[in-house]
Ligand binder design. Structure first.
Ligand code: NIG
Ligand code: FE
Length: 414
């Protein structure tokens, strides 16, 4: 009976389709009042008006009465750095006093500081710490999460991180689906300072082959004084040739052309984009690269928010994610992400829901597997506390999720 469920009296609210919704399509959500959702073996067998449901033998299904409350697809957090050693509260305080993220990084803090801690932390400790964050995410309705390496910057520590991600993903009791990304190009490690080319050679020759089969995506921090455009083009072309799907940290701190490069190389997503150029937006609209916006990072760094409206009005697909990491954004709050998107990025509530469900799934190349409530998809389903989905941004920063169902299994119930 595990994986077999009937949710009755549901108010289903969901985007529709197996691909990202672009531009004004992002506002189109299907509403089904008095709906029934039937889940068999962890997949959605039926989602529609209760009067039209197929005949099934109720005795082998666990029944949940949604009592008219909103039923949504599970949230997809498509950009996190959830595996890391140590914490950096000292840097947070320096930034409160006026220090900048990049000046801390250039002094040898920032990412390098977490690299030092991650090298010293055992795989077991990294995994149990990450599991704690996963459990918190699951409570907020996340049913799919992406996790990056990038705090090793040497082959063995990068592989230790990818192995931790794999062990978490393969745990049969895991509460959510985990997608793995290799981010060896997160920073130039201190041992290679001034020798970026040699570090890229090492990644191409040693790390990419070692990461193959452990990570599905490859990501890079394309940024001034980190990996510039030509460095990024060389490395990401090699990653693509090695069979990785591509993601970019693009135009986060300055306008550099990361969005244009992501579009040129056919990346699945380009992320951050606080300082994207108009050409970058136009190129991404043309290539279909998902714009993954991370409002919690802009909030935490006191930076301007990414131009969500420009992306949507230019016909792009926008996803939202948390960027949970110990430095620029130590938060995995889905409720606050929703509030910031609506209040400061002028996204409608419907666009915000699409961005956190179907478009988040598309940013992980999973739009035909999850992200909407449709027959055949994985049963990743949320029941909210309320019968009105507009409560999501209105109840600012607070968790509106009552029940979380992941692959047909109830993993959280408030
Ligand atoms: O997405 N900018 C690069 N990477 C992360 C921050 C990582 C860190 O500060 O530890 C980001 O903002
Ligand atoms: Fe990030």
């Amino acid at each position: 009976m595990d994986g077999n469920l009937i949710i009755k009296n549901a108010f289903v609210v969901t985007p529709v389709g197996n691909t990202a919704l672009k531009g004004e399509e992002m506002g189109n959500l299907k509403h089904i009042e008095n709906a029934l959702v039937v889940v068999k073996d962890g997949r959605i067998l039926y989602c529609g008006p209760s009067g039209e449901a197929p005949d099934i033998d109720n005795t082998s299904f666990k029944e949940i009465d949604a009592a008219g409350r909103v039923v949504l697809p599970g949230f997809v957090d498509s950009h996190t750095h959830l595996i890391f050693g140590g914490y950096r509260p000292d840097e947070f305080e320096w930034r409160l006093k006026g220090d900048s993220y990049m000046s801390i990084m250039e002094r040898g803090g920032g990412i390098q500081s977490t690299v030092n801690h991650t090298k010293e932390t055992s795989a077991e400790d990294l995994a149990s710490k990450a599991q704690w964050f996963i459990d918190r995410m699951s409570e907020m309705g996340v049913t799919t999460v992406e996790a990056k390496s990038g705090y090793g910057l040497d082959t063995s520590t990068e592989m230790k991180m990818l192995d931790v991600i794999k062990s978490l993903a393969d745990n049969p009791n895991q509460k959510l689906r985990i997608v793995s990304t290799f981010l060896g190009a997160h920073a130039v490690p201190k041992e290679y300072k001034g020798r970026t080319d040699e570090y890229i050679d090492l990644m191409i020759k040693e790390m990419l082959p070692a990461a193959k089969g452990k990570a599905e995506f490859c990501d890079i921090f394309t940024e001034k004084n980190v990996f510039e455009i030509e460095d990024s083009r060389r490395f990401m072309k090699a990653a693509k040739e090695a069979g990785f799907k591509l993601k970019f940290h693009a135009d986060e701190i300055v306008t550099l052309g990361g969005a244009e490069l992501a579009a040129e190389l056919g990346a699945v997503s380009a992320d951050h984009l606080l300082h994207v150029s108009d050409k970058g937006i136009a190129d991404m609209a043309k290539s279909g690269t998902v714009a993954t916006l991370l409002p919690l990072t802009a909030f935490a760094l006191r930076e301007p928010y990414a131009p969500a409206r420009k992306f949507i009005d230019s016909g792009c697909a926008v996803a939202l994610a948390t960027d949970l990491n110990p430095g620029s954004c130590f938060s995995g709050s889905i409720p606050l992400t929703i509030a910031l998107a609506c209040i400061y990025m002028n996204m409608s509530i419907e666009e915000t829901i699409t961005a956190l469900t179907l478009n988040g799934a598309a940013a992980l190349d999973l739009a035909s597997e999850t992200g909407s409530l449709e027959e055949g998809k994985s049963a990743d389903i949320l029941i909210l506390e309320f019968n009105n989905y507009r409560m999501l941004p209105y109840y600012i920063g607070m968790n509106c999720v009552n029940t979380v169902i992941s692959k047909g299994r109830v993993v959280n119930k408030n």
